[in-house]
Ligand binder design. Structure first.
Ligand code: SF4
Length: 327
């Protein structure tokens, strides 16, 4: 099946510092990926890794410095504002803070149908409200509620209803379960999974929560300093991460099966500045497996379905060298 979204060598640069000493900061540094219809692709990494900037660039909320974004076969990163507007109906963004992204004075019914008014799409708003609330599992009378009368999980469902209002083909969800109790997180993830299969949606999930990734994502990409360091099928990566950064992130994720508990790989907390990227492998200042070569030469991203940017990909169940391990 051909991809609905194709991102190639994407870069996002910001100019920072005082006018006389402006410097360029590369927040996203040449990433490529595809998303196919009905597929969920997760972007994972610590805060500051570039995942949200990347998602905003894909959705044209952030200017692209280099590379290309094709959506439904059309290049959108260079499209004029007038032509991008209808495309936005087909690519919806779900923001992180469900209550904060709703107007406090707008009833739920008006909030979920607001996309119709913004995009001037004619429809019976009463029927659309009923359809959308039913799709996200909320009773019809919630249409009259205000945001402050919603629980965190209900507000998130309203956010989902808004995102699917115009029948998009791709949803970009930024931390879809942030701030929710674990039990409610599961409900929201089940809802997203259900909608994906019922509506044939493709999704990009941005998260630092690896439990979310294992629950919903078919494939994933791990970002570090704006680059992909490992991509591949979620199940494969969880079973045997090959990049040391991925292994460290996974080792910090609570393992539901006590028999599978593995040692936690601690990394130095200090993430290098994007203005002073380390030479060679940019992860070498924190990598427990780093060797001499790592500080001298940047690893190439090898592989097609499973990309790993490391000179020394890990074997399954690899443990860090003894002296570097903190358990
Ligand atoms: Fe670690 Fe070297 Fe691999 Fe970089 S290239 S992740 S420093 S082992």
């Amino acid at each position: 099946m051909s991809a609905i979204l194709e991102v190639r060598d994407l870069e996002v640069a910001f100019r920072v510092g005082p006018l006389v000493r402006r410097r360029s900061l590369l927040a996203v540094a040449g990433v490529s990926f595809d998303v196919r219809p009905g597929e969920t692709f997760a972007l994972v990494g610590e805060s500051g890794s570039g995942k949200t900037t990347l998602a905003r660039a894909v959705n044209r909320l952030q200017r692209v410095s280099a590379g290309s974004v094709n959506f439904e076969g059309r290049r959108i990163d260079t499209m004029s504002r007038g032509r991008i507007r209808p495309m936005r109906q087909r690519m919806a963004m779900m923001f992180q803070d469900p209550v904060g992204s709703l107007s406090p004075r707008m009833r739920v019914g008006d909030a979920v149908t607001e996309p119709f008014r913004i995009h001037k799409v004619e429809a019976s708003l009463k029927e659309e409200t009923e359809r959308l609330l039913s799709l996200v599992g909320l009773p019809a009378d919630f249409a009259n509620r205000y945001p402050h009368q919603l629980s965190g999980g209900q507000a998130r469902r309203v956010g989902v209803a808004r995102a699917i209002a115009l029948r998009p083909k791709l949803i970009i969800a930024d931390e879809p379960t942030a701030g929710l109790d674990v039990s409610v997180q599961g409900e929201v993830l089940n809802l997203l999974n259900d909608l994906r299969s019922r509506l044939g949606l493709a999704m990009i999930i941005i998260t630092h929560n690896l439990s979310v990734v294992s629950h919903v994502a078919d494939r994933m990409a791990v970002m570090y300093l704006g680059r992909f360091v490992e991509t591949g099928p979620t199940e494969e990566i969880f079973r045997a991460p090959k990049h040391p950064y991925t292994a460290a992130l996974l080792s910090a994720n609570p393992e539901p099966d006590p028999d599978k508990k593995s040692a936690r790989i601690s990394l130095p907390a200090e993430v290098p500045s994007l203005l002073a990227r380390p030479a060679g492998c940019e992860f070498h200042t924190r990598c427990p497996w780093a060797r001499d070569r790592c500080a001298k030469a940047a690893p190439r991203s090898e592989g097609r379905n499973r990309l790993v940017a490391c000179h020394f990909p890990l074997a399954p169940n690899a443990s860090p060298p003894e002296k570097e391990t903190v358990q």
